[in-house]
Design a protein around this ligand. Structure first.
Ligand SMILES: Cc1cc2nc3c(=O)[nH]c(=O)nc-3n(C[C@H](O)[C@H](O)[C@H](O)COP(=O)(O)O)c2cc1C
Length: 193
């Protein structure tokens, strides 16, 4: 199934074709491929080159996966088990000199964007999730205050059976992707709020 962005502009193929599935194929993702995805994240730009992003990945069928899974919101637990790889992300709130890194969340987003476009170029799908019980994750992994667990990411090859989803999610899986208009989000010389 393809869900190419409905755009009148000539976007790069990876941007146009990326989407966030909730079912995945069983095809194995190799360790080298996993490392390639995080290497792409590593080369993202960041404020002061602070590189505040942190990732933990787990493989389906391991205790580590189940532990990460237990930190997800119930809604995400209803579909995430379809994915062979489950990631938790975090960012470091301060620079190494102790000053607050106000743009750390922005930088984590850039790193995940790199990861997801690298994945797309390899035919691999990425589904990001805000629905994480971050307080639980901090407890479970003993993560210090200076970090914030931010999102989870499901990763796997595109494909897989839509019927595996709870009924209410099946429609969204095949629906056209929607965006607000370009003129709503960008204007020359003014902010259109
Ligand atoms: C930061 C972030 C948090 C998200 N949280 C969730 C989530 O908790 N559960 C979920 O099913 N999808 C989640 N999504 C996926 C979005 O709903 C999805 O990206 C959006 O609807 C656009 O669809 P597309 O990625 O297929 O273009 C999240 C995406 C992002 C970037």
């Amino acid at each position: 199934m393809s869900k190419t962005a409905n755009s009148k502009y000539e976007l790069s193929k990876d941007i146009a074709n990326r989407w966030s599935p909730r079912v995945f194929s069983d095809k194995e993702i190799t360790l080298t491929q996993i490392e390639t995805l995080f290497e792409a994240a590593r080369w993202a730009p960041s404020s002061n080159n602070g590189q505040p992003w942190r990732f933990m990945y787990t493989l389906k069928g391991t205790e580590a996966y189940d532990k990460a899974f237990s930190c997800l919101a119930e809604f995400n637990q209803s579909w995430v088990a379809n994915a062979p790889i489950l990631v938790l992300t975090a960012y470091k709130k301060t620079f190494d000199n102790g000053k607050e890194n106000f743009h750390a969340l922005h930088d984590l987003g850039l790193a995940v964007s790199n990861l997801s476009l690298q994945a797309q170029s390899m035919g691999i799908a990425v589904h990001q999730m805000a629905g994480v019980n971050w307080r639980k994750a901090h407890e479970v992994y003993n993560i210090p205050e200076d970090f914030h667990v931010t999102t989870a990411i499901a990763i796997g090859y595109y494909g897989g059976d839509v019927q595996k989803l709870p009924e209410e999610l099946q429609k969204a899986e095949v629906a056209e992707r929607q965006r607000i208009s370009l003129s709503k989000i960008v204007n020359e010389g003014t902010f259109n709020l």
